[in-house]
Design a protein around this ligand. Structure first.
Ligand code: SF4
Length: 292
């Protein structure tokens, strides 16, 4: 933890005599909570690619993260407050990253280090790379660069400290973890031929239906559905009780819920369309190959 200087804590209109400034602090609850959090940030010990080398250099003697109370990198998400996503996020790795994020106790923060973690970087649109970790978990600070220097990472960490300093316990938008009840876990993406976000399941299902019918299914071709056009999905037996993690495990090897697609009610006046998963995947692959 960074060295305690009581003058950092003064947050009051009541004057404190100069000779007592180092011994007495009159402060607010938000101020002392924020000071405690920002002065003992423990990053999760993991790295993904070249940016991780710069992160390691930042923790070494020359730049010395311990000046900010951040030197204790923990090998367990259970003891970490800060996730530094340092490197290229592949579709394979985003699954454990989101799982680790869910395992971190609140309050927790995320720093996207480098072009890859922030938006895909030089590998953007690559077949195996996601276009930014912020599509899956909330990011507090972005550090640009390829790779960012240790100084840039330090600047990002100081920016995070400033962000924490500006938070108020009275505003649950600032600090949702002090609200009532536990937070919802972040949905874990399903690893499959093309990684998907469970929050986009409805959109993916509609695209799958268009693809199965041999129609264009890109975002441009997908018209906004009117309520009357919305396909009725037959309720699944355990729909109300499934958690994101359970559904992810059950969805192996990650198809966009074919049974639900097959159960979709037919369009008005038409016959119930038969869903052929293999044909749909073949069409998607063919389209991708044509694009390439
Ligand atoms: S941003 Fe550059 S240095 Fe960092 S992981 Fe990507 S390619 Fe490597």
């Amino acid at each position: 933890m960074a060295q305690l200087d009581l003058r950092d804590l003064h947050a009051t209109e009541f004057p404190i005599p100069d000779e007592m400034q180092g011994n007495v602090a009159i402060t607010s609850l938000s101020k002392i909570y924020n000071w405690s959090r920002r002065s003992s940030m423990w990053p999760l010990l993991f790295g993904l690619a070249c940016c991780a080398i710069e992160m390691i250099a930042t923790a070494a003697a020359r730049y010395d993260l311990s000046r900010f109370g951040m030197e204790v990198m923990r090998a367990s998400p259970r003891q970490s407050d800060l996730m530094i996503v340092s490197g290229t996020v592949t579709k394979k790795m985003v699954v454990p990253i989101v799982r680790l994020y869910n395992q971190m106790p609140e309050p927790k923060y995320v720093l996207a280090m480098g072009a890859c973690a922030s938006g895909g970087g030089p590998f953007k649109e690559g077949y195996n790379v996601v276009s930014g970790i912020d599509q899956y978990i909330p990011v507090d600070v972005y550090v640009p660069g390829c790779p960012p220097t240790p100084q840039a990472l330090l600047h990002g960490l100081i920016s995070l400290q400033k962000k924490i300093d500006g938070q108020s316990l009275a505003n649950l938008d600032d600090v949702p973890w002090y609200g009532v009840g536990p937070s919802e876990p972040t949905p874990i993406p399903i690893l499959g031929p093309d990684i998907i976000d469970p929050r986009q399941m409805d959109l993916i299902r509609r695209q799958a239906q268009l693809a199965a019918a041999g129609k264009p299914f890109g975002m441009r071709e997908l018209p906004e559905l009117k309520p009357a056009d919305t396909p009725k999905i037959a309720p699944k037996a355990k729909a109300g009780t499934e958690t994101a993690a359970k559904s992810a495990a059950e969805a192996k090897p990650a198809a966009p819920a074919p049974s639900a697609v097959a159960e979709a009610a037919p369009a008005a006046g038409g016959a119930k369309p038969k869903f052929d998963k293999q044909a749909m995947l073949a069409k998607i692959r063919e389209k991708k190959a044509n694009k390439g």
